[in-house]
Design a protein around this ligand. Structure first.
Ligand code: NAD
Length: 464
């Protein structure tokens, strides 16, 4: 192994052993330790918001208001919610005890899992690190975190700030790229929490299998958006444009493509065009409210999709500025790349339908999405779509906002992920729900023991 390889290995092993030592000290089990860590995370966000916003701008050209709302503000709100509820969630949960185990007391006691590996992507580099970390602490665990190398300023800032605000032995940041991630995945963890692409999710799950380590996979995919004839088209256009072009489309739950009813498709397209010019003006490149594509490689990938349909809005790009204009494509073929791969950029394909069954069939014939959006004022249509399709989450008549509802939990299904977090779901995800039955030594139920007799069997048949 090269000296760089040796250095990576040493750093990884040291971080893991520090996090393990902290966990084994027992201090993380205490409710007040957990609350203190969450207070630390909230203070980190409050006291450094200008630096964090600057790092988001440097990495992603993230507009100030978007940085604050999507990465900082919502994260602080989520952490406060967890902070408020920790003691309640930590309590044992009583269960019913059947006759055969009576007299006895049954309960589920949440206990921490241990040391969690948290691997994060670049698109919301602060919130996608601090949100899971809050749940890790809430459940009494420690963590080693690897931020994305594609958001280097945010990664550096997390490595610098975290030890100043939380127990430095409980959240170790190991910066680096695939080589570092690979080295981390070779170690034995108590749980791996991964946010990123479906392809890398497979690699993570395979590595975890070597140690039988459980995983949470927060992955991506193509989130369909359906707009039927009864929808309020102005609201639908604004809300789709907002959800799609926020962070220049680099959002895991961004509406990926739209199926609009044939009778309203043109009106919807006009509405989205108006929304885009209302949001970003006639030249989005000059707007302070429009983000940039994370890297030249991603920009090239995206511009390569522009020929997959007819561009009816946007399409302009500028490599020197990593800029791609908010773009609408119509009539892409169903087997084109833009309709097969997650777009993860500001290109919105809009297709039309006449029969809702066709759209449901289209969605069900493809990998299960992370989110599904339905814009309609017809209850029957909404209920039909919700009950006949499968996705990690659904948001009716808006986009993205379900992500911020802590009690809904957040996660995917099938190709879009496994496991959930946010609110109590995150606490449960990072806890072992230990089943405990407490009996006293009396009375002694000899009926259970051999030798078995006909009389005993009759009693078993009646009561067991
Ligand atoms: P990615 O999968 O390329 O990278 C994610 C992390 O994995 C990074 O830290 C990276 O260094 C690491 N990684 C990359 N290749 C690896 C490998 N071969 N082995 C081990 N680790 C590796 O994803 P990305 O480009 O950073 O993020 C975009 C993807 O993430 C999109 O698919 C998006 O939908 C998804 N995403 C999902 C959520 C969610 O909550 N479900 C949130 C944000 C992004």
């Amino acid at each position: 192994m090269s000296w760089i390889g040796d250095f990576v290995s040493e750093t990884v092993v040291k971080a893991l052993s520090t996090a393990r030592k902290t966990f084994e000290s027992g201090r993380t089990r205490d409710a007040s330790w957990r609350e203190k860590q969450l207070d630390g995370l909230i203070r980190l966000l409050e006291e450094n918001d200008e630096r964090l916003i600057a790092a988001l701008d440097a990495d992603l050209g993230k507009p100030r208001a978007e940085g604050w709302t999507t990465d900082l503000g919502t994260t602080a709100t989520e952490i406060s919610y967890i902070r408020k509820n920790i003691r309640k969630w930590m309590k044992s949960r009583k269960v019913r005890v059947p006759m055969v185990a009576q007299p006895g007391r049954g309960f589920i006691k949440p206990e921490p899992l241990g040391v969690i590996l948290v691997i994060t992507p670049w698109n919301y580099p602060i919130s996608l690190l601090l949100n899971p970390l809050a749940a890790v602490f809430a459940a009494g665990n420690t963590a080693v975190c690897k931020p994305s190398e594609l958001a280097p300023e945010c990664s550096k800032l997390m490595a610098e700030l975290l030890p100043q605000y939380v127990d430095p032995g409980a959240a170790l940041v190991v910066e680096g790229d695939v080589e570092v991630a690979t080295e981390l995945l070779e170690q034995k963890w108590d749980h791996i929490f991964f946010t990123g692409s479906t392809n890398v999710g497979q690699i993570v799950m395979q590595a975890a299998a070597n140690h039988l380590t459980p995983v949470t996979l927060e992955l991506g995919g193509k989130s369909p958006t359906i707009v039927d004839e009864s929808a309020d088209l102005t609201a639908a256009a604004n809300r789709i444009a907002w959800g799609k072009f926020l962070n220049a489309g680099q959002t895991c739950i961004a509406p990926d493509y739209v199926f609009a009813h044939e009778n309203i498709r043109e009106e919807l397209i006009d509405g989205i065009k108006q929304a885009v010019s209302g949001f970003y003006g006639s030249d989005p490149q000059a707007s302070p409210d429009y983000a940039r594509i994370v890297s030249e490689r991603h920009l090239n990938r995206l511009t390569g999709l522009l020929d997959d349909g007819t561009v009816v809005l946007g399409g302009n790009h500028d490599a020197s500025d990593r800029y791609l204009e908010p773009t609408i494509l119509v009539d892409p073929s169903e087997d084109s790349a833009v309709m097969s791969d997650e777009i993860f950029g500001p290109i919105l394909p809009i297709l039309s339908f006449m029969d809702l069954e066709e759209v449901i069939g289209f969605v069900n014939a493809r990998p299960k999405p992370l989110a599904l959006y339905i814009f309609s004022n017809t209850k029957k249509v909404v209920d039909e779509v919700i009950s006949q399709t499968s996705s990690g989450g659904v948001c009716v008549n808006h986009s993205l906002l379900h992500y911020g509802v802590s009690d809904l939990g957040f996660g995917g299904v099938g190709d879009s992920g496994t496991g959930r977090y946010h609110g109590k779901s995150g606490f449960d995800q990072f806890s072992n729900m230990k089943s405990v039955l407490k009996k006293s030594s009396k009375p002694e139920l000899t009926l259970l023991y051999p030798p078995y007799t006909d009389k005993k069997e009759k009693i078993f048949r009646k009561f067991v």
